[in-house]
Design a protein around this ligand. Structure first.
Ligand code: ATP
Length: 348
């Protein structure tokens, strides 16, 4: 299996830069998500990987082979990659098995080898009993799996997926997340998955490339992105949390020790170091604010089933989101202990 190397890839459309000097080293068999808001260049990067879009600068390599650079452009059908589109693009007049086998027909495969490969691909997505059905007789999730089987049938080195769950409802998405993980475990193929949904990326990917305005903002595992986001922008894009501007002097350190110092309340008002505090790291003391606790007022309460979200306002004026097991009335004064925080790079 071959790793995928993206080195300094840039794409201009006229005077607009859709992808800006992006570099990623993707391990063989890795499940990677390209994550970012609409228009950040995810799809353009995927289309360059597939070979549908020439590069303005940089290089894409698969194993030792250059697939694309300014001088070179290996056409899509010679890259041994398969792309699954958002729309699935199934042929309505062909049954499931014929849809799946279509790429093999293009390669002039027939007879027993053809039958065997189609059966294997259908089994991989658990659709063998549906081989004779037409796509119209399937649910959205099943159509999605047909599209996956069709892309697997040629045994690609890399599978490229563009927002594959975007058209599905919430329940089906959760079920499909499971089948994607299962699919990846069975095939061990290298997967590049484009999404703007952070929870989907976190649930699925081994590593996530967070993109912003065509640039790579952070490239890390889901756990690292959540616990140690590099910038305030990543922190606000991934998960929930509050950004506090705390005095300088603790870069890379947890707020834990600092929170224990009574000086923090004063420090918070100096506004120099952005610190991320996740709501699960805020302890709310409704009745007995201790000397160590910061003082805050409850501004809003949202019921989330397993917990309440409290929107608090610290004395320093900063907003703070906290989780709590019970509802507290708006306007109530509470104590707050910050158990942990993460110092972020200040925005340039
Ligand atoms: P979305 O999640 O909305 O699909 P994206 O992150 O995939 O967004 P891209 O589709 O890659 O973003 O687009 C990145 C930027 O490049 C956008 O500003 C878009 O308008 C521009 N762009 C993309 N394709 C073209 C094109 N063929 N011609 C001109 N501009 C383009």
């Amino acid at each position: 299996m071959a790793g995928l190397k993206i080195a300094g890839v840039t794409k201009h459309f006229g005077d607009q830069t859709a992808v800006d000097a992006l570099s990623l080293d993707i391990e063989p068999g890795e499940f990677v998500a390209l994550l970012g808001p609409s228009g950040c260049g995810k799809t353009t990067m995927l289309r360059m990987l597939a070979g549908f879009e020439p590069l303005s600068q940089g290089e894409i390599r698969l194993g030792g082979r250059t697939l694309a650079s300014r001088e070179q452009h290996v056409p899509p059908e010679q890259r041994n990659m398969a792309m699954v589109f958002q729309s699935y693009a199934l042929w309505p007049h062909m049954n499931v098995a014929d849809n799946v086998g279509y790429p093999l027909k293009l390669r002039r495969l027939s007879g027993e080898a053809y039958q065997r490969q189609v059966a294997k691909a259908l089994a991989m997505v658990a659709l063998a009993p549906y081989a004779e059905r037409s796509p119209q007789e399937l649910s959205g999730g099943q159509r999605q799996r047909v599209a996956l089987a069709r892309c697997l049938v040629t045994d690609p080195d890399v599978v490229l997926l563009d927002e594959p769950l975007a058209n599905l409802d919430r329940h089906l998405r959760a079920a499909m997340e499971h089948s994607f993980r299962d699919f990846h475990r069975r095939t061990r193929s290298t997967l590049v998955y484009v999404t703007h949904d952070q929870s989907e990326a976190m649930a699925l990917a081994d590593r996530i490339a967070v993109m912003r305005d065509g640039r790579l903002e952070q490239w890390a595992t889901p756990e690292t992105l959540y616990r140690q986001p590099r910038t305030a922008w990543v922190a606000s894009f991934i998960g929930q949390g509050s950004l506090l501007n705390v005095t300088a002097g603790w870069p890379g350190k947890r707020l834990e020790e600092a929170a224990l110092m009574s000086g923090i309340a004063a420090a918070v008002t100096e506004r120099t170091q952005p610190v991320l505090v996740r709501p699960e790291h805020v302890r709310v003391l409704p009745d007995a604010p201790s000397a160590q606790a910061l003082r805050a007022q409850v501004e809003g309460v949202t019921f989330r089933g397993e917990r309440y979200e409290l929107h608090l306002r610290l004395e320093s004026g900063e907003a703070l989101l906290a989780y709590h097991h019970a509802a507290l009335s708006e306007g109530r004064q509470v104590g707050v202990i910050l158990r942990e925080g993460w110092c972020l790079e200040p925005e340039a």
